[in-house]
Design a binder for this molecule. Structure first.
Ligand SMILES: Cc1cc2nc3c(=O)[nH]c(=O)nc-3n(C[C@H](O)[C@H](O)[C@H](O)COP(=O)(O)OP(=O)(O)OC[C@H]3O[C@@H](n4cnc5c(N)ncnc54)[C@H](O)[C@@H]3O)c2cc1C
Length: 308
């Protein structure tokens, strides 16, 4: 095994990842690195054997980590990466800042990034996934990002570099986002607060927000734009196809397609990653058999299937 550099931050061998993900499943990472600050991260990556894979993670709200864990250095940013500053109509946010905190701080400064309020991830995950809801996507507000590449170089990435698309970006392999700059329209703080309260209520009414899930399991199959910019004209909803296949509430071990929203895969207790992924694959097959439409995963699945 390659030697691992000694950073100033915290490096842990064989760290179980389940408790770091929303679905509470997944085996250990070979290493978990929590850098002290961007310089620590850059020095560590520059010194790390280029053959060792690096996987940045936020709060794991869009991830199934498989039961065998990850043969990689998992990088999780925390303090030192979570500042939020507002300047004019711009918000500069650290990658570890929670989307909800960014939305609220922006609103207090009269900047409309309200769409981030109900997305449970971090800014790193939001940019990487081009997160969005209620008709707005990261792509609509993104100005630039600072990232540290796998070889330790610090670069500025623009929207052109990232080619935002529906729930994806051309993110450089192994690069870690450390900070992003967003622009929002001006708004009255009270009106922005009211809009966010309304969004929270709408979510709670329609989605299992208190369950262990990773948000939408599959992408809505049609109608998205090639730019990934806001357009909510998805004609085919994944939840409708799942309902039509009779799979609302279907279970496998501790995994279930939620009764409340059938495109939410939930851990109802004691699920393994194999239960969750297996149920998702069964849904893909049965939806294909009933409708001829191939659902594509929105949840990222990473790591080795089995404990060795
Ligand atoms: C209840 C619920 C509701 C949701 N609703 C929505 C919604 O409305 N809209 C939506 O878009 N998503 C939604 N999601 C999915 C999820 O919250 C988003 O995809 C979110 O952006 C993921 O952020 P994260 O920090 O948890 O990233 P993770 O899940 O930890 O990682 C996701 C991806 O981002 C990468 N990543 C994370 N941090 C970094 C970084 N610093 N540098 C580089 N790459 C990084 C990871 O490598 C991985 O590829 C929902 C999830 C849940 C549980």
């Amino acid at each position: 095994m390659s030697t691992i550099p000694t950073p100033r931050g915290r490096l842990t061998a064989g760290r179980p990842l389940a408790e770091l993900t929303w679905l509470r499943v997944g085996g250990p990472a070979d290493w978990l690195f929590q850098p002290a600050d961007p310089a620590d991260l850059a020095e560590f990556l520059a010194a790390l054997d280029p053959a060792v894979p690096v996987f940045p993670m936020g709060v794991g709200s869009n991830l199934i980590v498989r039961d065998g864990g990850l043969r990689a250095v998992v990088i999780r940013l925390g303090r030192g990466f979570n500042t939020i500053r507002c300047e004019g109509n711009r918000v500069i946010a650290g990658a570890a800042a929670l989307d909800a905190h960014v939305a609220r701080k922006a609103a207090a400064a009269g900047i409309d990034l309200t769409f981030l309020r109900t997305i449970p991830g971090t800014i790193g995950g939001a940019v990487r996934m081009n997160a969005g809801c209620y008709g707005s996507y990261v792509a609509d507000h993104f100005v630039s990002a600072t990232a540290i590449l796998r070889d330790g170089r610090t670069v500025t990435l623009t929207a052109d570099d990232l080619s935002f698309a529906y729930r994806e970006t051309a993110w450089p392999e192994g690069a870690v986002l450390v900070e992003a700059v967003f622009e929002g329209q001006a708004g009255e703080p009270d009106a922005l607060e009211a809009r966010m309260a309304d969004q929270i209520a709408r979510r709670d009414a329609s989605q299992p927000t208190r369950d262990r899930s990773a948000g939408s399991t599959f992408r809505n199959p049609a109608g998205f734009s090639s730019t990934g910019r806001a357009d909510d004209v998805h004609d085919l909803k994944a939840w409708k196809l799942i309902d039509d296949a009779g799979l609302r509430g279907a279970t496998l071990g501790g995994a279930q397609m939620s009764e409340k929203h059938s495109n939410f895969l939930v851990n109802i207790g004691g699920a393994s990653a194999a239960d969750l992924e297996g149920l998702g694959e069964r849904v893909r097959k049965e939806v294909y058999d009933t409708s001829g439409i191939e659902l594509k995963w929105e949840i990222m699945r990473v790591g080795d299937p089995q404990d060795k």
